[in-house]
Design a binder for this molecule. Structure first.
Ligand code: T1G
Length: 695
């Protein structure tokens, strides 16, 4: 049997089992094997019913994404499903693990579906900048109704087997061996002579909606605002509407056409890049299978401030008991109070039950005194961004922490090697740089010190994944990867103000580009005083931001920063006072102001980041260009449909980026704008950052 497909018999039941590790992706081989197996089972008169199942950890988890940059090959997933759909015998899909995308669409082509407990079923194509391309937008609404189908297709989130059973997506949940369960169900269908209704022929769940098109608009409206800038959500809504008013086969044709168009577009290519880049980021040279992460049964966090509290919540959310350590009862009480408030707010939004809030809070042990780290397997320091204070903490950790403990610092830019040197166990020290709010932002920069042991690094990565983060290994330099590139952008944003732009011009240019927030609104949110203190410590100056701070304008916390904020409002409003201050500063510095086009603002902000990213790659601070993209997507909200700064540069073409940077260097006289050597070399060779070895 070609293509990893086995055709077995169990009496009068044909059993087709696919086996294409690791996730039974619908590769060309697998599709060919399925066509062959189903044709034989269909044409064998002694076969009275067919069961489709999969070996390994999951039923078919979707089309083979690695084939997406090549032309489609036949048989397509549609051909497989059309064959199944036309079989006059009961076909039962017996699913387990994560039947997703094309895998679920194949199951939708069967008459019945049974699932193992714990199965998660979904159509996640939207997360790849696509829509389901093998009938999902037409069959799913017929089976579960438009509301559920729209939610699954437009969020891309899978649903658990019990919800699938309730919605009618699954006919039965079968305990024990899934193949045996599928065979038993098939026998039941035969014994009960159940009518064979193809999903495409079911109309009962859509009839009411056909009579009330307005209701459809209401169902999809809730999803539209989430898709700002993205092409796939609007396309998915159009396809779902076809389930109401276009004949099935014509709707299938249009769906396929739309899917192929999206698949070839920049947005889907960018999101595919991030899908694989996230997985590449988990592969770290020197961390082979022989390097074992240590189990973290108990954690401790030093510092119950904004970051410390958020980090402690990450551990509790993953079910790991966590000691939260402060210097005083007041500070501890304040920190625990904020944590409880956060959980209660989540519960009020329906994100947690009261019982779950209680369970989470029970995992916290608020104490004072660094000696309280004695029972922890991992300790994360989250105290003030001051090297002397961090050194004192690590000297104490050296005394009190268990010998096997991992000692992590949450510093956002300080020298992790210097911190490690204050201990007698630098091999146990690693950076774990969380992003605020730590319990929400998924990025975790894992900073590999010169002496960080492989086990320490592997443990930090494993814990990062366990607490729901996207961990990326970075090297030691000022600001590591994300903040070092952010600094390049911040310097340029200030420079643009002096040259003629206003905060609202700069911010709106970046939000139009796809960032959730521009640099000045973000500074007002974070608080201008934090970076002001850092600049003073480094003897650096930011003309406008420093004047605002000197005037006590620290941002939202003082209702004045780059913008004005009404009492209790977070909405930034342009402030004529700030405009006057900016114009006066340009004048004082003898800089002639001029108007800026949006594109120039975006390029002046994004291209210096790309340039810094190229230097980061040259210096080996990041292992791969894709790692930098993952950092910016998950740490700073770079629009995922542009694939991150380095992929975006490749999409634009490095010669263009190189030439614009050279122009900026001439315009501003800033040597940092001279194109980095790596960027210049790749541009001259007609290559992109994506052509570099993957670490
Ligand atoms: N195609 C190719 N390779 C895939 C793959 C896929 N669909 N899914 C996973 N892999 C690789 C992955 O790169 C990694 O490789 C290994 O499998 C393990 O993955 C027609 C067009 C299934 C929940 O979007 O969500 O169907 O790094 O590390 O954490 O309408 O993989 O080991 O070399 O993620 O256990 C729709 C995507 C496609 C599912 C398992 N399907 N995959 O998670 O393992 S579009 C998806 C996942 C489609 C149809 C449309 C997850 C997983 P390597 P992993 P995991």
């Amino acid at each position: 049997m070609p293509g990893q497909v086995e055709l077995r018999r169990d009496g009068n039941i044909a059993v087709i089992v696919v086996d294409n590790p690791p996730v039974n992706a619908l590769s060309h081989d697998l599709r060919t094997g399925l066509i062959d197996a189903f044709t034989r089972a269909r044409d064998d008169a002694t076969v009275e019913a067919i069961v489709l199942a999969a070996a390994g950890r999951t039923f078919i988890a979707g089309a083979d994404i690695t084939e997406f940059d090549k032309p489609p090959t036949v048989p397509t997933s549609m051909d497989v499903i059309a064959l199944i759909d036309g079989i006059g015998k009961p076909v039962v899909a017996a699913v387990h693990g994560t039947p997703l995308g094309g895998g679920l669409e194949v199951a939708l082509g069967c008459h019945f579906r049974v699932a193992a407990p714990g199965t998660k079923l979904g159509l996640p194509e939207i997360k790849l900048g696509l829509i389901p391309g093998a009938g999902g937008t037409q069959r799913l609404p017929r089976l579960v109704g438009m509301e559920k189908a729209a939610q699954m297709i437009l969020t891309g989130n899978p649903i658990p087997a019990k919800d699938a059973l309730a919605a009618g997506l699954v006919d039965e949940i079968v305990e024990g061996d899934i193949v045996a369960g599928g065979i038993a169900f098939a026998r039941k269908v035969l014994a009960e002579k159940r009518p064979l209704r193809r999903v495409r022929d079911r109309d009962d769940k859509l009839a009411a909606l056909r009579a009330d098109p307005k209701a459809f608009e209401e169902i999809v409206a809730a999803h539209l605002k989430r898709g700002r800038g993205l092409h796939a959500p609007a396309a998915a809504i159009k396809a779902l509407r076809w389930a109401l008013d276009v004949p099935f086969d014509e709707a299938l044709r249009r769906e396929r056409e739309t899917f192929l168009e999206l698949r070839g577009g920049d947005q889907a290519k960018s999101q595919r890049h991030i899908f694989f880049a996230e997985r590449e980021a988990a592969k770290v040279p020197g961390l082979g299978p022989d390097v074992k992460a240590r189990e973290i049964r108990r954690a401790a966090v030093i510092g119950a401030g904004t970051m410390g509290g958020g980090i402690a919540m990450c551990f509790a959310n993953a079910g790991i008991p966590v000691a939260l350590i402060e210097t005083s009862e007041d500070a501890l009480k304040r920190g625990l109070g904020i944590i409880e408030k956060n959980y209660r707010a989540t519960a009020a939004r329906g994100g947690l039950t009261e019982a779950q809030v209680g369970e989470r809070l029970a995992l916290f042990n608020g104490v004072t005194g660094l000696d309280q780290v004695a029972g922890a397997d991992m300790i994360v320091e989250a105290v003030f961004e001051d090297m002397d204070i961090k050194r004192q903490v690590f000297e104490a950790l050296d005394r009190f922490a268990p010998a096997h403990a991992v000692l992590a610092t949450n510093t956002s830019y300080l020298d992790v090697d210097a911190i490690a040197q204050t201990t007698k166990r630098p091999a146990a020290v690693v950076g774990m740089h969380f992003f605020s709010p730590a319990n929400v932002m998924r990025l975790l920069e894992v900073v590999r010190g010169a002496q960080t042991a492989p086990e320490t690094l592997a443990t930090a990565l494993a814990v990062g994944r366990k607490i729901g983060k996207v961990p990326v290994v970075v090297g030691v330099c000022h600001g590591f990867v994300g903040n070092r590139m952010l600094r390049a952008r911040s310097v340029e944003a200030e420079r643009l103000l002096l040259e003629g732009a206003l905060p609202q011009d700069v911010d709106s240019a970046l939000t139009d580009f796809g960032f959730p927030m521009g640099p000045f609104a973000m500074s007002d949110l974070a608080g201008l005083d934090i970076s002001w203190r850092m600049r003073k410590a480094q003897g650096a100056r930011a003309e406008i931001a420093d004047q605002l701070c000197e005037a006590g304008r620290f941002g939202q916390k003082t209702q004045k920063g780059f913008y004005l904020y009404e009492q209790g409002s977070r909405t930034p409003r342009p402030d004529p006072e700030v405009e006057a201050l900016i114009v006066a500063t340009s004048k004082r510095l003898g800089i002639a102001r001029r108007p800026f086009e949006r594109q120039e603002i975006v390029e002046r902000l994004v291209f210096p980041m790309i340039n810094e990213g190229a230097r980061i790659l040259e210096e080996g601070i990041a292992l791969r260009a894709g790692d930098i993209d993952v950092i910016w997507i998950h740490g700073y909200g770079f629009p995922v449909w542009r694939g991150g700064p380095m992929f975006h540069a490749d999409t634009l073409g490095l010669p263009y980026v190189r030439d614009r940077l050279a122009a900026f260097a001439r315009q501003t006289g800033d040597p940092r704008h001279e194109p980095a050597a790596l960027l210049t070399r790749l541009a001259s060779e007609g290559r992109g950052f994506g052509s570099l070895p993957k670490g």
